[in-house]
Design a binder for this molecule. Sequence first.
Ligand code: AMP
Length: 415
Amino acid sequence: MRVLLVGGGGREHALALGLAGDPAVEALVAAPGNPGIAAVAQLREVTPTDPAAVAALAVEVAADLVVIGPEAPLVAGVADAVRGKGIAVFGPSAEAARLEGSKTFAKDVMTAAGVPTARAYTCEDAAAVARALDEFGAPYVVKDDGLAAGKGVVVTDDRAVAERHAAECGRVVIEEYLSGPEVSLFVVTDGEAAVPLLPAQDFKRVGDGDTGPNTGGMGAYAPLPWAPPNLVDDVMRDVVHPTLAELRRRGTPFAGLLYVGLAITPSGPHVIEFNARFGDPETQVVLALLETPLGGLLHAAATGTLGAHPALKWRDGAAVTVVVAADGYPAGPRTGDVITGADRAGIIHAGTRRDADGTLRSAGGRVLCGTATGPDLAAARDAAYALVRDVELAGAHHRTDIAAAAVDGRITIPG
Ligand code: AMP
C-alpha cells in the first residue's frame, strides 16, 4: 500500500510513525511533513488546504490511501477532491466535517440525534449574548462558531471577559458549563461501522493546575485509570452510533476519525465537542499503545470495510506526552530559535524546521513533544519528562503536571 499523509504537525508525526511501522505500507509520502516526519517518509511540498493540489499529488505519487491529518483541509473539501480521483481517503467530506467546522451544525446534529450535550444558544448580537449569559450564569462558556484551532473557547467567571470574547468573534455559541473530568475518545468509522480507540485525556490550559488561556493542548496520557468501566460502551451507544446514524440520514455519512470530547458529569458523559480528525496531542499517546497495524485500519475505514476488520490489539501499560511550547505561546509564540536534543526516539516534532546546514529551529507555538510508554502511568510519565528535560530551546515552557493527578489517584467524578 502506498500512503500519502497530509499535514505537518505533531499529530502527523505520530500518524507517520504508525503508518511507517505497518508492514503493509510499502511507501509513505508526507506533504508538507516536518523534520521529524522526514526520518520515516518522503516529504513533498503542498498547500494542505488546496483540494486540487492535494488530489493531483495523490495521483502523482500513485497513492492507494490518503490520510488527512488536520481539520482545515477537511473543511476545505480535500477529502472530496481526492475521492473524486477514485483514491481511498481517510477523512470525512466537507459536509460531514462541518461537525467540527461549525459548532452550530454540531449542536443541531446532537439535538436531532438525542446526544447528551450542554444546552446552548447561537448568538449574533450583544443582546442575545447577554440573554444567554444571564440564563446559564457563571462559569460562562463562549465559543467562536467557526474553526479556531482549539483556541476559540473562553471559559470564565468574569462576565466582562465573556462579553468581550463574544464581541470579538461575532457569531458565537454560548452554552451551559459542564463539570467533571474530560475525556477524548477517538472513533475510527467508515460511516456505519465504528471502532473506538483507547480513551485519553489532554490538557487544554497553558499552565499547571489548569490555569491560563486555552491552547491546542499541552500534553496527554492514556489509558485513563479513573474512567468508569462502561464508559466507552456507553459513549458508543449514546453518542457515536446516534450521531453517525443522523449523518447518514442527512445523506452526509461521516467516514474518518470522529473525535468525541466529553465531560464526565454527575449525570453521565456529555459531549463538549466533536472534531473531524485525530486530536493533537492525544494521538501521540493513543497510537503509541496501538499494536494493530495503522495503515490497514485506516484503509478499512476509507473503503467501507471496517465491519470486517479484526478487533484492535493494544500494548500493555500506559503512554504520556508532554508538549514543549515556544516562548510567548499561545498569545504570540516566538519562532526561529535553535533546538538541541530533539533528534531522538520519542520526540515528536510539531512546529520545527531544519536549516540547510542541519540546524533545527522552532517554527510554531507547540514545538515538539516528548512521548513515552511504560509499564504503568507513573513510569510513562517519568520517561516522557526525561525526554523533555534533554531538549534545549530558549524561552520554552511546558506543563509539569501532565498525568500527575491520574498517577496520584486525584481524579474523581463529581456527584
Ligand atoms: P472545545 O474547543 O469546544 O473543546 O473547548 C475547549 C475547552 O473548553 C474544552 O476542552 C473544555 O475544557 C472547555 N469547555 C468547552 N465547553 C465547555 C462546557 N460546556 N463546559 C465546561 N468546559 C467547557
